[in-house]
Design a protein. Structure first.
Length: 367
């Protein structure tokens, strides 16, 4: 049975988004500041790319003199992969990196260099997640899996352990992505004609996925194995560690903002697809910020600790989120809307795992 089209209630609190948009626009106009990447962001991008490619290049062409050095290089490359995912490709694939489309396409394509298909990411993230945030049955980020993310997902006995095994799933997620996720999404997205919306035929999309995988595996695994002085076992272990590190950091940077313990998180449409709230109000009540006073977290996580601002203004580069957050917070208060925020990274992570534990231990939590 085909799902009904989601229709947001644009009559509900329409002044909120008009007000906050005006204040944000006024800020950029009055300060003569670009909405896109500034020098600091461009410097950061170069640093991240070097952080990824130099260690990998050294594993292939350099003189790796010890096993410890080999693992260290894989670790640094893993941190570089995190930076590409949270910072460069994320802003670019939202059209926020530059006013020039070709620059966004080029920087967004850095996701392809780490083995994942950026067009699939755009569909999953921009089309489904940002449009239908935490709407069960529509948001790809909370699809029904072995994790019970929402009270609306049926309870299974093994869910009582999900707060423990989810950490393992987070670690292996990048590996699953480079092996099978893109093909799984292709099977679903091609049937929905979603690639046409991205200017691609299904055939071209499949060919691009295959090319990305064919190039990624030899350059990232086979060549380091061939070049290693310490046998393929250590190289395989380093390769897996590289992805495990990126997986757990990516999860900690993104999951607490939408899967936590204090918000109006998971909502459904009525039988006709109608929503109670407007799109902008929906973004605010289903999203949370965390560690806003930590420049370190903001820098490392590509501003995704300012998730409310990101969801309202995804086409603004993350380096501006700290500044525009004051306008969003003020407008939310004036519109009598909640503004969910965790003071620290620790409190956000605790709320995330508490939510998962509660849904796993309490089957009566259902809606």
């Amino acid at each position: 049975m085909e799902q009904p089209k989601v229709v947001f209630n644009q009559k509900q609190n329409p002044e909120f988004f008009k007000l906050v948009t005006k204040r944000v626009n006024d800020y950029f106009q009055e300060s003569k500041t670009s909405r896109h990447a500034n020098f600091a962001m461009k410097f950061k991008s170069a640093l991240i790319l070097l952080l990824y490619f130099i260690p990998l290049s050294y594993l292939i062409f350099g003189d790796v003199t010890s096993v410890g050095m080999q693992y260290g290089l894989w670790t640094i490359a893993g941190l570089g992969m995190v930076g590409i995912g949270l910072t460069i490709m994320h802003d670019a694939n939202h059209g926020a990196y530059s006013s020039k489309k070709w620059v966004n396409n080029m920087m967004g394509g850095t996701l392809n260099l780490v083995g994942a298909y950026n067009v699939n990411w755009k569909i999953q993230h921009n089309v489904f997640h940002h449009t239908y945030t935490n709407i069960v049955g529509y948001d790809e980020d909370i699809r029904k899996t072995i994790i019970r993310f929402t009270p609306k997902h049926p309870y299974k006995a093994f869910h009582k352990f999900q707060a423990f095994y989810i950490s393992i799933l987070y670690m292996i997620f990048p590996f699953v992505w480079i092996v099978s996720k893109d093909f799984d999404q292709y099977a679903r997205f091609s049937k929905q004609n979603l690639y046409e919306r991205m200017g691609r035929s299904n055939r071209k999309a499949l060919l691009e996925i295959i090319v990305i995988k064919v190039l990624y595996w030899p350059t990232t695994l086979m060549l380091p194995i061939y070049a290693s002085h310490f046998g393929y076992g250590h190289t395989l272990a380093g390769f897996f560690m590289h992805h495990f590190i990126s997986g757990i950091i990516l999860a900690l940077a993104t999951q607490p903002a939408h899967v936590g313990d204090d918000m109006q998180y998971f909502v459904s449409t009525d039988n006709d697809g109608n929503m109670e709230n407007s799109w902008a109000v929906h973004q605010v009540i289903t999203t949370a910020n965390f560690a806003e006073n930590s420049p370190f977290i903001t820098w490392c996580f590509g501003g995704l600790n300012y998730q409310i601002e990101h969801h309202l203004f995804p086409n603004i580069c993350h380096v501006h989120y700290n500044k525009i957050s004051q306008f969003v917070k003020e407008a939310a208060a004036e519109a009598n809307l909640p503004y969910y925020e965790y003071k620290s990274m620790r409190s956000a992570v605790i709320a995330h795992f508490k939510h998962l534990k509660d849904l796993g231990m309490k089957p009566e939590l259902s809606a």
